[in-house]
Design a protein around this ligand. Structure first.
Ligand SMILES: *Cc1c(COP(=O)(O)O)cnc(C)c1O
Length: 398
């Protein structure tokens, strides 16, 4: 792995003909310290946001000991990378073979579910194990989030009583989890969802040991600057404290985006300019799926040695494949004199960027460089975050 001082340094010294992924382990470590020390409970990293082993090790070293995995491949990856990590299999629709392998070969005890069929599957696959932690996924609103996760998973409140009571019978520890949708722009998203948890607990009259508020914690993008994360934590803490649960119940969260968005960015080259459309060398099939398909806006900056006095204008991008869909509307704000041969840094791509890269049309190769400069935006101010801890001890439930 090359190490460079900055994104500009990478562009000037390598003059790369293919896109380069920049990683900033220090930014991911800062986010992990923030969550592991400021969230009023336990923070699990949602691996799907970015499954890079290097990132996973960085998060571990900064205090993240629990990982939310959603497939058997993710289970194997984290088990191989961090044999001491605790894995929680939080996909509510799993293959029976995956549950069996996770339980018997990788020591996974925590599983989520949202139906009676899945409960029966878990009990069968683990041969009636008596040490299961079962989290019932409730359907909640995604109205405060930029990306809905409300349609596919989650048990309706009306069906929760039966499922919670049955899961209570099968579980050593019973949890309730939900996901408010990704990039939740208001703390209220969580308090509203926790109200639904309250209704489910009261209706089912069961003892709940874990309340897992899921992911959805935001990062900072142009036009999507969220309130401080402390506001989310305070709102969640207050709502959790008021639930009818035992004093020893645990609060969990599963951040994906918030832990890794700042971890990486991309250096691309402009291959052609046509009006205010720039043909760049990465796109919808590379690390920019969300920019193309969800019209997500990412911060951009021109990487040129000389100072630039040109006005800033709005540009759109075309990616390198031959596909019309390989188009990113932006707008991306860049100097008006930008031209072929220039390099651009596209920021905040650590979450759901690199993870979705494909080899389509032969444009999949990825060069990775570590850089020491700051990410293009950050939710974490250095003076906010306690100093790194030296060692990392796996915390056991108690
Ligand atoms: C995707 C996902 C997450 C992470 O969501 P973010 O919005 O990236 O924080 C957490 N939990 C579950 C179950 C998920 O599916």
């Amino acid at each position: 792995m090359y190490k460079h001082h900055s994104a500009l340094g990478v562009a000037l010294s390598l003059k790369p003909a293919a896109p380069v992924t920049l990683i900033r382990p220090q930014a991911a470590a800062r986010a992990a310290r923030f969550f592991s020390q400021r969230f009023p409970g336990r923070s699990l990293y949602a691996v799907k946001a970015n499954p890079s082993p290097e990132l996973i090790r960085t998060l571990w070293a900064a205090g993240i000991t629990h990982f939310d995995v959603a497939s058997i491949a993710e289970v194997r990856l984290v088990a191989r990378t961090l044999p001491q990590a605790k894995l929680c299999f939080m996909h509510p629709v799993k293959a029976e073979e995956a549950i069996r392998e996770a339980y018997f070969q990788h020591g996974v005890r925590t599983f989520s579910l949202d139906s009676m069929e899945e409960l029966e599957k878990i009990v069968h696959a683990t041969r009636g194990a008596e040490d299961l932690e079962l989290c019932v996924r409730l359907r909640v609103s995604s109205e405060h989030s930029k990306l809905s996760l409300a349609a596919k998973f989650g048990c309706e409140l009306a069906d929760a009583r039966e499922l919670l009571q049955a899961a209570r019978q099968a579980a050593d520890a019973l949890g309730i989890c939900f996901h408010v949708g990704s990039q939740a722009m208001a703390p209220h998203a969580y308090t509203q969802a926790i109200e639904r948890v309250r209704a489910a607990i009261v209706d089912a009259s069961v003892t709940v040991d874990i309340v897992d508020v899921g992911g959805g914690f935001p990062s900072s993008y142009p036009g999507m600057e969220p309130p401080p994360l402390e506001h989310y934590f305070q709102a969640i803490h207050r709502a959790f404290e008021s639930l009818p649960i035992s004093y020893s119940a645990e609060l969990w969260c599963e951040p994906g985006r918030a832990l890794c968005a700042e971890y990486s960015s991309l250096v691309v080259r402009v291959e052609r300019r046509r009006g205010n459309e720039l043909y760049i060398n990465d796109g919808a099939y590379g690390a920019l799926f969300d920019a193309a398909h969800l019209d997500w806006r990412f911060p951009v900056q021109l990487l040129r040695a000389e100072a630039n006095e040109a006005d800033i204008e709005a540009f759109s991008f075309y990616g390198p494949t031959c596909d019309d869909m390989d188009h990113m509307a932006g707008p991306f704000m860049l100097p008006a004199d930008i031209r072929a041969g220039d390099y651009i840094e596209i920021g905040m791509l650590g979450a759901y960027g690199a993870a979705m890269r494909t080899d389509f049309n032969g444009f999949g190769a990825e060069t990775v460089c570590e850089v020491a400069d700051e990410p293009m935006a950050s939710l974490y101010r250095e003076d906010d975050v306690p100093a790194p801890r030296v060692s990392n001890v796996v915390q056991l439930r108690g």
